[in-house]
Design a protein around this ligand. Structure first.
Ligand SMILES: *Cc1c(COP(=O)(O)O)cnc(C)c1O
Length: 411
């Protein structure tokens, strides 16, 4: 591929391979129709070989550098630190091409699609962020791209739908069920069963059947590997006391944690508390979920007493999923990572405080991590501690929604 050459980012060493069938403790696995097993086995094998190959890693690093704009900086937030009484560093995934960490994973999967000799990628998307990232990279690679999206979301996210179509993707509105993300996932899986010979299913987070949770974590660990080096440079060789990130499916958080698992840093995932954990309208799958199987993987899911999946709620579409990646469920069970939450209102407060103090408008998803930090500074986050927060994306996409919530209307 003819892409101008900069000095490619350095990829860290590959992380641990999960045990057979991708188990993280009691979570993970591969719960899929038989017709999909050969495709998942092929993907696992192709990824395993690619990830150990210098040639593949160099190609991936080149794309991350020259197309996605990596490495992203770590920014020290002087005014926010002063306001909160803790030292805040931000890992700036908002500065990547397309404006969030999702591009890292999609570039990796597109390279694998080529290696498998497949010409078509499918994806599902809620707010459209993963759909846009997939359509972007499909355009770059010349792949056919179909994106499944709940009909309700197609209505709500007109700009992203237009963007995907501009990029050459076909967007298919899904009318079944609640016509939102989980229905789109069901249709994507159905398409894949029928077209698996020439189609790769590009999953956008550390969810789904093995090898996805492991593979997507490996494609996202560049976030944590970079952040560790960069924060050590800023902190005179020390690691942050706390490393925090928002958790939807969990890919930006697990990619960040991967760089710090073997340090003494407290790892904190921040889930969406929506209208409050007691209201039942939230996306806190770790805090309030129970073990179950959905979309190919055993993990924690929001369910009613009969085991039916409940609708998640969050002000941010990216955290509006009723489950979480299996590795997070395992990290919560082992206690290596802790999981907290921030409400819609706290996320809005985080959105505003970062804009006002640092001139950075975060994605509403990332604003949950800032909102949690603002609430807990001087409490669960002791005064004077050093906190690295991953800013998973930029907030332009959320401007209209936030304006409306704050009682103003965009022209
Ligand atoms: C999709 C998205 C998320 C949530 O996904 P994870 O897999 O949990 O990272 C968070 N932030 C942004 C900006 C997103 O686009």
């Amino acid at each position: 591929m003819a892409i101008a050459r900069g000095t490619p980012v350095e990829l860290g060493a590959p992380g641990p391979v999960p045990t057979d069938l991708g188990r993280f403790g009691e979570f993970g696995g591969r719960y899929v129709p038989e017709t999909l097993v050969p495709a998942l086995e092929e993907l696992e094998e192709v990824f395993k070989v690619a990830w150990a190959s210098d040639e593949f890693r160099a190609e991936f690093a080149g794309l991350l550098t020259n197309y996605a704009g990596r490495p992203t900086p770590v920014t020290e937030c002087h005014r926010l630190s002063e306001r909160l009484g803790v030292r805040v560093l931000l890992k700036r995934e908002d500065l990547t091409h397309t404006g969030s960490h999702k591009i890292n994973n999609v570039l990796g999967q597109a390279l694998l699609t080529k290696r498998m000799g497949k010409q078509r990628v499918i994806a599902e998307t809620g707010a459209g962020q993963h759909g846009v990232a997939t359509a972007t990279v499909a355009a770059l690679f010349g792949l056919d791209c179909v994106v499944f999206m709940g009909a309700v979301d197609v209505e709500r996210q007109a700009l992203n739908v237009w963007r995907m179509r501009l990029l050459g993707a076909e967007v298919i509105p899904v009318e079944s069920g609640s016509a939102t993300l989980k229905d789109a996932i069901n249709d994507a899986l159905r398409d894949w069963v029928a077209t698996v010979e020439y189609t790769h299913y590009c999953i956008g987070s550390v969810v789904g059947p093995h090898p996805y949770p492991w593979m997507v974590r490996e494609f996202q660990r560049v976030v944590g590997d970079e952040a560790r080096e960069q924060s050590r440079e800023i902190l005179g060789g020390a690691d942050p006391d706390i490393v925090a990130a928002c958790v939807g499916g969990g890919s930006n958080a697990i990619g960040t944690f991967a760089g710090f698992l073997d340090t003494d840093a407290r790892l904190v995932g921040v889930e969406a508390a929506g209208l409050g954990l007691e209201s039942g309208k939230h996306g806190a799958s770790i805090d309030r979920g129970v073990p179950g199987v959905l979309h190919g993987s055993r993990s924690l899911y929001l369910q009613d007493e009969d085991g039916q999946i409940k609708e998640a709620h969050s002000i941010s579409a990216g955290l509006d999923y009723p489950g979480v990646g299996p590795e997070h469920a395992a990290l919560a069970a082992s206690g290596r990572a802790e999981y907290h939450s921030a409400t819609d209102d706290e996320a809005l407060a985080g959105f505003q405080v970062l804009a006002e103090t640092e001139g950075i408008v975060p994605a509403l998803e990332s604003a949950h991590a800032i909102g949690w930090l603002a609430r807990e500074a001087g409490h669960a986050v002791p005064a004077g501690s050093t906190v690295l927060v991953t800013l998973s994306g930029r907030g332009d996409k959320d401007a209209a929604q936030v304006a409306e919530r704050l009682g103003t209307k965009l022209p």
